[in-house]
Design a binder for this molecule. Structure first.
Ligand SMILES: Cc1cc2nc3c(=O)[nH]c(=O)nc-3n(C[C@H](O)[C@H](O)[C@H](O)COP(=O)(O)O)c2cc1C
Length: 377
């Protein structure tokens, strides 16, 4: 059987990607490093004819004496252009691959797949990360995306979305409320929510905001700040329950969120975690606080569930013992807690991956290459 031959430049990524795809088909080609061993005139002519190109179409411009020699000038004949290529092999574009199925100039490198007699054995991505073939040997459709950094771009990885090993421990839920009043309805509603979570097998912790300093009003190692941060880190989901005050969430609820950093080293206390929002108010029905907490949840990169609870005229909804009376409001709280537990089970194994961002992967890669460049100085 006729050999596969690649006219190769090891310094060229396109040439290296092409060679790697030939090998990924289980073929070890004859490698001609044509800058060191240029083809003779008859071979070069035969290759050009087999590719159906003219000598002019095989000329390479980038990094060559092309412009210096004025090769754009139409008066050069095919024979003269061949002479130039034989004298300056850099002018021969690359890589040229000849197989029993045909001869091609493999630019882009995946053109080689059209003439390889054997299929790809494994998934293949180019050196810059652009995927070419998936695990089943199928060509990956890659639209024209000139501004995309293919090394940082990641189409969804199903194994990370649905890991084989799923956690089975009880969901861990942290509940925050936004009042320090003795008989606080946002606290009573939070305690009601915690019971409903426990009834579904969840572990719950309620943070007591009393004694928490103002944001930046104490060092990070203040015991209440430490406690809050540890609970946030421990949790896999959260409930935020605020009173409505002057048409907004309370500063007490907001202060708790402000003390939770988006990132502490590799730890991300909120990112990718499920969140349910609830509010109590003194007036008739209002949604200002829950709407604002949704904005906050987005800011903390949390997965705020669709359902929410807003208990109007909260002073009418709790009995002397502090328990919530039966009502449509109570039923809504049950709905919200059921939904929160389902979302927690569904997402907690993949939560860091769900909020993993292309722009941040890019930034990290750029910072790393800057550090490497500095280290090599
Ligand atoms: C200063 C202040 C502002 C308030 N603003 C609103 C408001 O804008 N809308 C509303 O419906 N209730 C408002 N209320 C009523 C509270 O939402 C209500 O008393 C609630 O139960 C307080 O929460 P807590 O019981 O957890 O402390 C306000 C109460 C206070 C003291």
């Amino acid at each position: 059987m006729q050999h596969t031959t690649i006219y190769h430049n090891p310094d060229c990524p396109t040439s290296r990607n092409t060679l790697a795809m030939i090998r990924n088909a289980g073929v070890e080609p004859r490698i001609v490093e044509y800058l060191k061993n240029p083809p003779d005139r008859a071979t070069l002519r035969a290759l050009i004819d087999a590719m159906g190109l003219s000598p002019r179409e095989l000329l390479r411009r980038k990094g060559t004496p092309h412009d210096e020699l004025g090769l754009d000038d139409a008066h050069w004949s095919d024979d003269q252009l061949l002479d130039f290529m034989l004298r300056h092999p850099l002018l021969i574009n690359r890589p040229i691959v000849a197989t029993p199925w045909g001869t091609r100039l493999c630019r882009p490198s995946e053109r080689v797949l059209d003439i390889l007699p054997l299929p790809q054995r494994a998934a293949f991505s180019k050196e810059d990360g652009e995927p070419v073939v998936d695990g089943q040997g199928r060509r990956v459709a890659w639209p024209d995306l000139p501004h995309l950094d293919a090394a940082a771009f990641q189409p969804p990885d199903r194994a990370r979305l649905w890991p084989e090993q799923r956690a089975t421990h009880p969901p861990r839920v942290l509940l925050l409320y936004g009042s320090v009043r003795e008989r606080s309805y946002s606290r009573l509603l939070t305690e009601e929510a915690a019971r409903l979570l426990q009834a579904q097998g969840a572990h719950t912790r309620i943070f007591d905001p009393r004694g928490l300093p103002q944001p930046d009003g104490a060092p990070d190692d203040h015991p209440k700040v430490r406690e809050l941060r540890q609970l946030a880190q421990w949790s896999e989901a959260m409930v935020w329950c605020s009173p409505e005050r002057h048409g907004a969430l309370s500063s007490i609820l907001k202060a708790q969120i402000d003390w939770i950093p988006l990132e502490v080293g590799a730890l991300r206390p909120t990112q990718g975690k499920a969140l349910a929002v609830m509010q109590v108010s003194g007036g008739s029905q209002s949604f200002n606080a829950v709407n604002q907490m949704r904005v906050l949840g987005r800011w903390m990169r949390m997965l705020t569930i669709p359902n929410q609870s807003s208990v109007a005229k909260a002073y009418q909804e709790f009995d002397e013992a502090g328990r919530m009376k039966p009502s449509p409001y109570y039923e809504r709280v049950v709905d919200v807690m059921e939904e929160l537990v389902k979302f927690t089970w569904l997402t907690r194994d993949a939560s860091p991956y769900l909020v993993d961002r292309y722009s941040e992967r890019r930034e990290t890669a750029q910072a790393l290459s800057r550090r490497m460049a500095q280290a090599s100085l």
